[in-house]
Design a protein around this ligand. Structure first.
Ligand SMILES: [Zn+2]
Length: 427
């Protein structure tokens, strides 16, 4: 199986809730108070959007092999038993209760789904239980994170737990390991849901407080009954192709690490179709007009640069009908045509395996501090001295758009995918 055919990171969640899930959404309080049922509940704590994970001191981080990804599994989600929570965790700002009524735990548990009669929840563990005098919660530092993590149980004696950001978990995930990728998708889902709850505390219609509803799958206004749904922000991402000259446009944003080039991308605007967004963003960013647009795939992306982790990347191949690039420098630092040979070279020279090992080192360092492992030396981008440009790793949809074109050619792109015709679309 080529990397281009693997499932996307953060997709393929095995416990995403559906309409048929009844285990927790209808009777959570009774479920949590019935002792014989408690063992059926697993809870994942997150702090500041970072899931609690466990790493083992005994598992070695293997060297990458020539023909595949590293084999070591460095982290796993540190699910907690419900009965171990008790009074120990501080209550979240998403609590629906106030004043005399102390918040109930089930107000704060966010249902993630169920599998094999186990119900899975996430819960926000605030580093600071109360806002400061200005009404803001101060940022969380590493010491606070370590202190909070120490309140939770390790899955086994040789494992330690830590709160680790989802991007590092993504970079450290072994992308050929089904279970690891499933856990990554659950971590991403939990991050999105808890992030949304923090942003949806008040009703946009009447300004009253909102309450968690359906075990956190929705929120509802305490006064006017307005229902709030979890947020999803669609982003179009496109590889712009010149069929005649067999080259593609790759751009650089100023926030990218040095030498990194990627596909063009942008948020959809209300009232436009996906293909209209592809045309508009391409025209705005590089001044190129498009003919046919071909859908490739989509990817939940809870690790983007925006403040909300709810991006859905929708990926396209887009065929150019004009060829002079005019970069909008407010959007992009640079954008250029790159030949197939150049792009194949970027793919070959990008050191993704070492990036995975670096991220794995960071996780082990977070879990064990300076006791048993050395501090990571830095990211792959900081550490390596490659002279060649590089493109995003296999965890990103951009990689798959670029690699599919570079390795399989234009005819393949059109034959295998649904073609969105240029005919009758406004240019
Ligand atoms: Zn309201």
């Amino acid at each position: 199986m080529s990397r281009a055919e693997m499932r996307h990171a953060f997709a393929g969640n095995p416990i995403i809730p559906g309409k048929r899930d009844k285990l927790a959404t209808e009777a959570l309080p009774s479920l949590l108070h019935a002792s014989q049922e408690v063992e059926r509940v697993k809870v994942l704590p997150l702090c500041d959007g970072k899931p609690l994970v466990a790493a083992s001191s005994s598992s070695s981080i293997s060297s990458p092999s020539c023909d595949g990804p590293p084999a070591a599994r460095v982290w796993r989600l540190a699910w907690q038993a419900l009965e171990d929570f008790g009074e120990r965790i501080p209550l979240s700002v998403t609590s629906s209760s106030s004043g005399e009524n102390p918040p109930q735990m089930y107000d704060q548990l966010v249902y993630l789904g169920e599998k094999e009669r186990l119900a899975y929840f996430a819960i926000d563990v605030p580093a600071c239980p109360a806002p400061n005098a200005e009404g803001r919660r101060p940022g969380v530092d590493g010491k606070q994170l370590r202190s909070l993590a120490s309140m939770f149980a390790s899955p086994s004696d040789d494992e330690r737990v830590a709160f680790v950001d989802a991007r590092t978990l993504m970079q450290a995930a072994n992308w050929s390991d089904e279970e690891a990728m499933s856990e990554l998708s659950i971590a991403g889902h939990a991050r999105v849901m808890l992030g949304w709850h923090k942003e949806a505390l008040y009703c946009g219609r009447c300004g009253s407080k909102t309450l968690s509803y359906l075990s956190g799958q929705r929120r509802v206004c305490s006064k006017c009954n307005n229902k709030l749904y979890p947020r999803i922000d669609p982003v179009v991402i496109m590889l712009v192709i010149d069929k005649e000259r067999d080259c593609v446009i790759l751009g650089r944003q100023s926030r990218f690490v040095s030498r990194m080039w990627s596909c063009l991308a942008g948020f959809m605007e209300p009232g436009e179709s996906l293909e209209e967004a592809v045309r508009r963003e391409t025209r705005e960013e590089v001044g190129i007009e498009l003919g046919d647009i071909v859908y490739h795939s989509s990817q939940p992306w809870p690790v983007g640069p925006s403040s909300m982790p709810c991006n859905l990347m929708v990926g396209f191949f887009a065929f150019a009908t004009s060829f002079d690039i005019h970069v909008d420098h407010k959007e992009l630092e640079d954008a250029q045509w790159h030949s197939r040979e150049q792009v194949q070279r970027y793919l070959r020279s990008s050191d993704y395996e070492n990036g995975t090992l670096d991220a794995a080192s960071k996780i082990r360092y977070a879990c064990f501090g300076d006791e048993r492992v050395e501090a990571p030396k830095g990211t792959i981008e900081e550490k390596t001295e490659l002279s060649s440009p590089t493109v995003p790793g296999p965890y990103a949809i951009a990689h798959h758009l670029i690699a599919t074109w570079a390795n399989e050619g234009v005819a393949h792109l059109i034959s295998k995918r649904c073609l969105m015709s240029a005919v009758d679309l406004p240019i």
